[in-house]
Design a binder for this molecule. Structure first.
Ligand SMILES: [Mn+2]
Length: 398
């Protein structure tokens, strides 16, 4: 991975290397007085935020819970906040109307399929605001260092590789490897700075291993689940957990309970884990079905992605669908080790009301209840067809 990252550093997108993009991001974060961070509500999104916040120590945040798609409704919600820089982390799709709603610079760091958008020049914004806001003056003073476009889009896929948002943010701040590990492993990626982390915390991870092994066989893996669970539950508790996380300096505060803050996070995880284990027990009963479909009720805390990950680890040969019903639709996580799920979704959504997206091995999708059976039928057909292909390939191996 390290070599590939290095190799691709030669690539230029719109005349800019990824190294220069990192510098632009650093400059904007240094200049901003009140950045607003908007991040996806999973371990990658939260860890990315924590890395940037711990480094620059200012601003506010907004957790994006609903859909991985930013449009006008969210832009309106963000109007309640006061900010001079918008930082969007681990969000796949953003509508042009969202960008058009703001006249501040925007940093967008993500690793999903690259998104198309119109990037207005920041010069226009400077002229427009000159004289009427202090921010305009600040921007003018630092004009030399700042990029001329309004949006700095940092997406490694444009440069030919894919590392999680947290790993990108680690490259920006170069500190707090333990948080970098949590976010990267949470997105099934073994990062290039893991070696540095192992040297620092050999008891949390002893040697290089596959991300799913790290998740289940190491103490840093426990921390991945702990962070993920602390994002669940009512929003007040979630904000409290995040507030505390911004103050934790050492993972042992949490794992060994060496500070009160650390113990709070661990206790919250411990309670939620009981609920989680009960759901796992229920889901395991479906293990002989293909696909393995587990649906659970709105009254339960949302563990959809964590459940899907757990089931995939226990039954790696299975096609996994985990869904939580809420107001007429099911919010689902799909996992499969032998099919490209982004491709699967294209076919599986035929005749289905819903939206979704994600990565090759993990996607999220929201499906209206009345079309859920059609979705399941589509998936079954895809699995059958794929099995035939696999058998044929074995028979006529090239
Ligand atoms: Mn991610």
């Amino acid at each position: 991975m390290i070599n590939k990252e290095k190799m691709q550093n030669e690539i230029l997108v719109d005349g800019i290397s990824i190294e220069e993009k990192y510098k632009q991001v650093q400059e904007l974060l240094l200049t901003a007085k009140r950045p607003l961070f908007v991040f996806d509500d999973d371990t990658d999104g939260l860890s990315a935020f924590l890395l940037l916040y711990k480094k620059y120590r200012r601003g506010d945040y907004f957790i994006l819970k609903t859909t991985p798609n930013l449009g006008r409704p969210l832009a309106e919600k963000l109007q309640d906040y006061s900010f001079d820089l918008l930082v969007i982390l681990d969000i796949a799709i953003i509508q042009q109307e969202f960008f058009d709603s703001f006249d501040v610079p925007i940093i967008w760091i993500d690793h999903h399929s690259p998104c198309e958008f119109r990037n207005d020049a920041l010069e226009n914004l400077r002229t427009k605001r000159e004289g009427n806001e202090s921010i305009a003056g600040e921007l003018k003073n630092t004009q030399e260092q700042l990029p001329k476009n309004k949006i700095v889009y940092l997406n490694p896929r444009q440069f030919g590789y894919n590392i999680p948002t947290t790993a990108l943010c680690y490259n920006i701040v170069q500190e707090n490897e333990w948080i970098g590990m949590i976010g990267a492993i949470g997105d099934w990626h073994y990062p290039s700075f893991a070696e540095k982390f192992i040297k620092q915390y050999p008891l949390l991870l002893s040697e290089e291993m596959a991300p799913e092994e790290v998740m289940h066989k190491s103490r840093i893996g426990t921390l991945v689940r702990l962070i993920s669970f602390n994002l669940r539950g009512d929003s007040r508790s979630v904000r409290r957990s995040i507030q505390i996380l911004t103050k934790i300096n050492d993972p042992l505060e949490i794992l060994d309970g060496t500070t009160e803050e650390g113990r709070y996070l661990y206790d919250r995880y411990f309670e939620l884990n009981k609920e989680f284990e009960k759901l796992v027990e229920r889901a395991i009963k479906k293990k002989d079905e293909e696909p393995l479909i587990f649906l659970y009720e709105e009254s339960q805390t949302s563990f959809t992605a964590d459940l899907a990950n757990e089931l995939q680890y226990r039954f790696p040969e299975k096609f996994i669908i985990v869904g939580r019903s809420k107001s007429g639709s099911a919010k689902c996580s799909l996992r499969c080790s032998y099919l490209n799920l982004q491709e699967v979704l294209k076919t599986a959504m035929a005749g289905v009301s819903g939206t979704g997206g994600g990565h090759e091995f993990a996607v999220g999708v929201v499906i209206q209840d009345d079309t859920f059976p059609i979705f399941v039928e589509n998936i079954k057909r895809i699995i059958e067809e794929k099995k035939e292909i696999t058998i044929n390939n074995k028979e006529f191996a090239f």
